[in-house]
Design a binder for this molecule. Structure first.
Ligand SMILES: [Zn+2]
Length: 450
């Protein structure tokens, strides 16, 4: 048995953190969570052994990064010159994609996922579409890139849901993939399913889910094939949705309806589906997403970086869509920043304060994100759940004097000191135990940008 004594811990359904909580675990599962009453005195029947690992600061459940494209990490700080937009950024992204192979992608993803571990992310949803070799020729193992990502997450010490992405066309009207995009394509949805069926990672830390890149990239008549595959296999289904007004316009021109309506009509929406971004939904779209209990993954720092806009987060949440968070393009990897941006961007949009309670933001970063990735037994400090612990110091220049309930509005990823994933310590004293993160990021990025 392992025990941790958290100075503060954020327990499920609590509006604010609880002081002096003893967390006990065995076999990667939490076996007891015991608040010690009266300023540290053990509750009746609880013996605090000297072997309990003390966690000064605020301990949270594991953070889930529900939307990642690992290779975009190589673009950080490289796309800020001059006037550019989402579409010109995308061309630069394709240049990096063109250079990757399974070995270089393993190195880049390992360093990127290790950076995530340092920031308290215990599980990542990798929206993976870089499937094939140059010119679109499959590798000898057509899932070699997927295997590289699974291995990368294992090295970094975090869990992974590989959201294998169907990416078949270049535009809503069905234009063929060209250039680097050919590496993304499987031809049609049946061949996509055949390839994904053949991939069965044996590691416990990884699971396979499905993704539709967007209504631009999967023809309407093939949407149900991907959705049906996800449904039959009981796995999460993710889809980029209305990130750009241009996608809405193109969908209306070709199909006479919004992207959300198109997805609804082809059986894509539902409680196991997560719409990523949903930045420009109509009021009717918000209703369709909420009524179907489709989740929404917000990626505020990427949406900010790409000048996408601000989605109606509170309206979607109130309509019935659980909210999760993703670092997406990794311009920033910091779920504290993503979480508070949900509230702060809403303030900018509405010019009013106070839309989300701190506990709701914590829920988006933890339990909702894990649920969106198919890990229903993670993201809460509760008995029976996976032992994921993320400790944030409350004595840094940023957090000193901040009440624990306000930590999400003050801390940054740099304040994470201790990370446990499935009972295993991955980060201690702010250092990754097995990966030299800055050095590996430097060399992996140099290799694909030189
Ligand atoms: Zn994305």
């Amino acid at each position: 048995m392992t025990r941790w004594l958290a100075e503060y811990a954020w327990l499920p359904d609590h509006a604010e953190p609880t002081p002096d909580v003893l967390i006990e675990a065995e076999g990667g599962r939490i076996t007891a969570v015991t608040p010690l009453v009266g300023g540290g005195a053990p509750a009746a029947g609880v013996e605090v052994l000297g072997d309990a690992v003390r966690l000064p600061g605020l301990t949270l459940p594991g953070l889930a990064n529900a939307h990642s494209h690992a290779f975009h990490r190589a673009l950080r700080g490289r796309t800020h010159g001059g006037r550019s937009d989402f579409w010109s950024w995308r061309d630069e992204m394709y240049d990096v994609a063109a250079r990757l192979d399974p070995d270089s992608y393993l190195a880049l993803a390992r360093a990127t996922y290790a950076e995530m571990a340092l920031t308290g992310i215990t599980c990542v949803g990798e929206f993976h579409y870089l499937h094939h070799g140059p010119d679109g020729r499959p590798y000898a193992d057509p899932n070699a890139m997927s295997a590289a990502l699974v291995e990368a997450a294992a090295h970094a010490g975090i869990r992974l849901t590989l959201l294998d992405t169907a990416y078949l066309t270049a535009s809503v009207d069905g234009a063929e993939l060209v250039g680097t995009q050919r590496r993304f394509g499987d031809g049609d949805a049946l061949r996509w399913a055949e390839r994904v069926d053949a991939f069965r990672p044996e590691n416990d830390h990884a699971r396979v889910g499905a993704a539709i890149h967007s209504v631009r990239a999967v023809p309407a008549e093939q949407l149900a094939t991907v959705a049906g595959w996800a449904d039959r296999n009981g796995v999460p289904l993710h889809v980029h949705l209305s990130e750009q007004p241009a996608e809405n316009d193109a969908c209306r021109a070709v199909h006479g309806c919004s992207p959300t309506r198109l997805l609804a009509d082809h059986g894509v929406l539902g409680p196991h589906t997560t719409a990523v971004h949903a930045t420009h939904p109509t009021s009717a779209d918000v209703g369709l997403l909420g009524e179907s209990r489709t989740g929404v993954c917000l990626c505020p720092t990427t949406e900010r970086d790409l000048a996408d806009g601000i989605g109606p987060a509170r309206r979607m949440f109130d309509a019935g869509s659980p909210l999760s968070l993703g670092s997406d393009s990794h311009a920033v990897v910091d779920l504290f920043e993503e979480a508070r941006a949900v509230e702060l961007d809403e303030r900018l949009r509405t010019r009013r304060r106070g839309h989300f309670a701190a506990a709701e933001l914590v829920g988006a970063a933890t339990v909702a994100g894990h649920a969106a990735l198919g890990w229903g037994d993670a993201g809460r400090l509760s008995v029976g759940d996976r032992v994921d612990l993320v400790t944030v110091r409350l004595d840094s220049a940023r957090t000193a004097g901040v009440p624990p309930v306000g930590a999400f509005f003050a801390a940054t990823a740099a304040d994470v000191t201790h990370v446990v994933v499935d009972g295993r310590t991955v980060v201690a004293d702010g250092r990754h135990l097995t990966v030299d993160v800055p050095a590996e990021l430097h060399s992996a990025i140099a290799e694909v940008t030189a």
